[in-house]
Write a protein that binds this ligand. Structure first.
Ligand code: TPP
Ligand code: MG
Length: 561
């Protein structure tokens, strides 16, 4: 069957099972947009290519499917960069398709020519430049296989305009990806498993560190069975918070720079760490030379380059987390962890766990109280958070009951992520209740996507915790720069009610907790997406705070006097 390159693109997307693409057109991708007219794939016209990339990312995080973004060359392609880097850092499978100037113009600084395969080398798993229509199907099929193989991530396919326009024989079968990319997880050798079992049985103070890999490999049930059988408590990274039932007696909670104090202290006292699909980020370890000094370490990880990168480990089990855990669990026997669990309960009592976190009373409502109210009213919602103080309070307060119910930019910490990612999540899971939690700073990055939300007829709600500050920056200035507030005060906020209305949303301003309670209730009940602006305490800070690079035990619990 003879098809144009553009028709082949849509044929491949359909056969890969893609139901929606997020995009924005332009000159060099026009043949593909023209061929889209005859495709059954839904196209969501975004308002900015960065928004489109975060939507594809949110779609993938919420559903486990591969997100697809499409853009033109030059400025369209460079607008993808932050979104691709965000997905790369958090191992989110994406395929980006960009138009490129015609092959005869390549390298001539043609209008809207950018070497996007070059630009994206460090922020994609792979990038292809396709100049011949017969290479389109193999590249797209390989891109989907690569995005999902091993540790997932984004892949970019840049296709010249002439390759999109020319006709060629379409050969789906002959374009199958090479065999090594059709990923079949291999089991871990028995000798390695035996070593792990021996280390686990010898331990008295073991601790599981649960990361994003649990969600990515679908290992929720497997980790639960493993932890319960052996009797091992579980601490979670930011992206691992929805990987374990939060009310389970073995769940300790959030670790790292703003994690719960008892969780961090447990790491320092443990005699064995079992790291599952996490990568010992500096926000988790603080000073790596003093991290978990008494613990032997087992690292279960799919990406060999992560092993011994930040923290040296005693044993690495390389492979798909679910496969490894399902091999391991039948071999472990319950460990005598009673005294260890009792001592952890003691630590929790010391820090008043049921009431944690608390912030000092200040002027305006407490951001923590707003999130506690949201937790009461919308306990099953998919929470999509932006980056800053509100993100950390959300992680401390909210209990994420099911996998894929906390979507946040962990590795890159991308402000402007939440709104578009939430739109992608809602498209992936139309029946889910979706909330954005954002700051007054971050919501102004990518706020143009409010229009996409209304255009697509979607209902999500947006909580803007307005502290009239780049709060997290202000907090670091308070602690590490003698409170000199250089460039961190946002005295000018838009009228968020009018902004919401301008885009067809409902806008509500809230200044008391009574108003907060009612506004959340009404936003959930209504049919229209609602932006609630909460005027929160401008001086509140997130505690504990482990200063960057410091020892875990040096965590700070209050503002400097
Ligand atoms: C794109 C981007 N630029 C800058 C930063 C650095 N940064 C991290 S948190 C933060 C402040 C965020 O302010 P806001 O959105 O109001 O949230 P708050 O901390 O006040 O809750 C900034 C500027 C970032 N993470 N991302
Ligand atoms: Mg703020």
């Amino acid at each position: 069957m003879e098809l144009t390159g553009a028709q082949i693109i849509w044929e491949c997307l359909q056969r890969e099972g893609v139901d929606v693409v997020f995009g924005y057109p332009g000159g060099t991708i026009l043949p593909t947009y023209d061929a889209m007219v005859h495709s059954s794939v839904r196209h969501v016209l975004c308002r900015h290519e960065q928004g489109a990339t975060h939507m594809a990312d949110g779609y993938s995080r919420a559903s486990g499917r591969t997100g697809v973004v499409i853009a033109t060359s030059g400025p369209g392609a460079t607008n993808l960069v932050t979104g691709l880097a965000t997905a790369m850092m958090d191992s989110v499978p994406l395929v980006a398709i960009t138009g490129q100037v015609s092959s005869t113009l390549l390298g001539s600084d043609a209008f809207q020519e950018v070497d996007v395969t070059g630009v994206t080398i460090p922020i994609t798993k792979h990038s292809y430049l396709i100049k011949d229509p017969k290479d389109i199907a193999p590249a797209i099929r390989e891109a989907f296989a690569l995005a999902r193989a091993g540790r997932p991530g984004p892949v970019l396919v840049d296709i010249t305009k002439d390759a999109q326009a020319k006709k060629v024989e379409f050969d789906w079968e002959g374009s199958a990806p090479r065999r090594h990319l059709r990923h079949v997880p291999a089991p871990v050798p028995e000798t390695q498993l035996a070593k792990a079992v021996a280390m686990i049985q010898a331990s008295r103070r073991p601790l599981i560190l649960a990361g994003h890999g649990i969600t990515l490999s679908g290992a929720h049930r497997s980790i639960l069975e493993f932890a319960e059988k052996a009797g091992i408590p579980v601490a979670a990274t930011l992206l691992g918070l929805d990987a374990f039932p939060p009310s389970h007696p073995l769940f300790l909670g959030f670790m790292g720079m703003h994690g719960s104090p008892w969780t961090n202290l447990a790491i320092q006292e443990a005699d064995l760490l079992i790291a599952l699909g996490m990568r010992f980020d500096d926000r988790v370890t603080g000073d790596p030379t003093t991290f978990a000094p008494h613990a032997r370490k087992i690292h279960v990880e799919i990406d060999p380059t992560e092993v011994n990168k930040n923290i040296a480990v005693d044993l690495a089990l390389l492979g798909d987390l679910k496969v490894v855990l399902d091999q391991l669990t039948p071999k472990v026997e319950p460990i005598e962890t009673g005294p260890w669990l009792e001592s952890l309960d003691g630590l929790k009592n010391l820090f008043d766990a049921p009431d944690w976190p608390r912030v000092r009373p200040g002027v305006g409502i407490s951001p923590v109280d707003v999130l506690k109210e949201l937790q009461i009213q919308a306990p099953g919602a998919v929470m999509v958070t932006d980056v800053g103080q509100h993100q950390m309070w959300e992680a401390q307060v909210m209990r994420h009951q099911r996998p894929r119910t906390l979507l946040t930019s962990g590795g890159l910490g991308t402000m402007g992520f939440a709104l578009p990612a939430a739109i992608g999540a809602k498209i992936a899971c139309p029946d889910a209740e979706v909330w954005v939690v954002a700051g007054d700073g971050g919501i102004q990055m990518n706020s143009q996507e409010f229009m996409t939300l209304t255009q697509e007829g979607l209902k999500i709600n947006i909580a803007v915790l307005n502290n009239f500050n780049l709060g997290m920056v202000r907090q670091w200035q308070t602690h590490f720069y003698e409170d000199r507030r250089s460039g961190s005060t946002l005295s000018f906020s838009p009228d968020f009610q009018l902004l919401a209305q301008a885009y067809g949303l409902k806008g509500v301003l809230v200044k008391t907790m009574e108003e907060a309670e009612a506004a959340i209730r009404e936003a959930r009940a209504g049919d229209t997406s609602t932006l609630i602006e909460f005027h929160v305490d401008q001086e509140a800070s997130v505690y504990p705070l482990i200063p960057p690079g410091a020892r875990i035990q040096d965590m700070i619990h209050e503002p400097p006097s």
